[in-house]
Write a protein that binds this ligand. Structure first.
Ligand SMILES: O=C(O)C(=O)CO
Length: 326
């Protein structure tokens, strides 16, 4: 039997990552060779005795999984920038090193955020549907009017790399002002986009477009709620490409259905997938995408390669390219 470290990969990850692992000659690899998530029972069985685990964001890595893996598990590598699916306390307790994939997806996520913002504010999905289903009668002066970016104020909730990249892409649309809020001011990032730090209430009150770009943590859970939406302008657009958990969806539904805000574009929801009979799907002013912000071939390949390299470095005891310091 080989004495190489055993690694379990919980999904058919894009080819670059798999190739790096296979060619390394450094690990014995086992893979859940499917596009669908590994069943929990199978995961609990397969992690037993592994040295390394490469997962994606649909796998909840908690005490149960870590107990099932046992003391051999030294490295966890997630193919995601988000890590709300990982029980960090449990990982820290067991001294398991954790790799993740920031930066390589910033461009793709920012690009999709802009696309979703425009699709929502200029009502593209509704308009395409009307054109296709006979609703297009004649050119009408106010029909399918939306809201434009020129001269607007764009608010960013949680200013990190992705928020900066979104603002950089929106600037050429003649946005007048960028504002942001976070747990504390981020002067270096803010300077890159000339964004002004404001309170959460001012962010809500002043934004014409408000983009949630924050990580999901206990502090940001449901932070976009009745309080936020009721402070927003009736003409404002809310966009979320971070995590569904930052939004109270009942409050968002109310805000959209009663015209408290003009529209919402969501790439992330709770749960995922959002059931097709969910009330949010009944609203014309809500555009919902199936968590595709990072879904370009280039980016997903880069994420898988980084996740693979993180895992191998961790198993060698070297510095990872991107490690979460617990
Ligand atoms: O990497 C992540 O955290 C994602 O949400 C996938 O884009």
């Amino acid at each position: 039997m080989s004495s190489l470290p055993r690694v379990y990969v919980t999904r058919k990850v894009p080819p670059d990552g798999l190739q790096i692992l296979r060619k390394s000659g450094q690990v014995q690899l086992e893979l859940w060779d499917s596009d669908d998530p590994v069943p929990r029972r199978e995961l609990l069985k397969k992690v037993k005795g592994c040295d390394g685990l490469l997962c994606v964001l649909t796998e909840k890595i908690d005490a149960e999984v870590l107990d099932a893996a046992g003391p051999t598990l030294k490295v966890l590598s997630t193919m995601s920038v988000g890590f709300d699916h990982l029980s960090l306390d449990e990982l820290k307790k067991r001294r398991i090193r954790v790799g993740y994939t920031p930066e390589v997806l910033t461009d793709a996520v920012a690009e999709l955020t802009v696309a979703l913002l425009l699709a929502t504010s200029r009502r593209l999905i509704e308009a395409a549907h009307e054109a296709k289903t006979g609703g297009w009668g004649t050119w009408r002066t106010q029909w399918l009017c939306g809201y434009e970016l020129a001269n607007s104020t764009v608010g960013i909730l949680g200013l990190g790399r992705i928020g900066v990249a979104i603002a950089e892409r929106l600037k050429p649309f003649k946005v007048k002002r960028f504002i942001y809020t976070d747990v504390e001011p981020r002067p270096e990032l803010a300077e890159m986009i000339q964004a002004e730090y404001v309170s959460m209430d001012d962010l809500a009150r002043q934004s014409d477009f408000l983009a949630a770009c924050c990580a999901l943590t206990p502090e940001t859970q449901s932070i976009c709620n009745k309080n936020l939406f009721s402070n927003m302008k009736k003409t404002s657009i809310f966009i979320n490409t971070s995590r569904g958990g930052v939004v109270n969806q009942e409050d968002l539904y109310e805000a959209l259905a009663t015209g408290e805000i003009a529209g919402a574009g969501l790439d992330v929801t709770t749960p995922e997938p959002l059931p097709t009979n969910h009330p949010l799907f009944t609203l014309k002013n809500c555009v919902i995408l199936p968590h595709i912000a990072s879904a370009s071939y280039t980016t997903r390949n880069a994420m898988s390669a980084l996740a693979a390299n993180n895992l191998l470095a961790g198993l060698r005891g070297d510095r990872m390219l991107k490690e979460l310091h617990l």
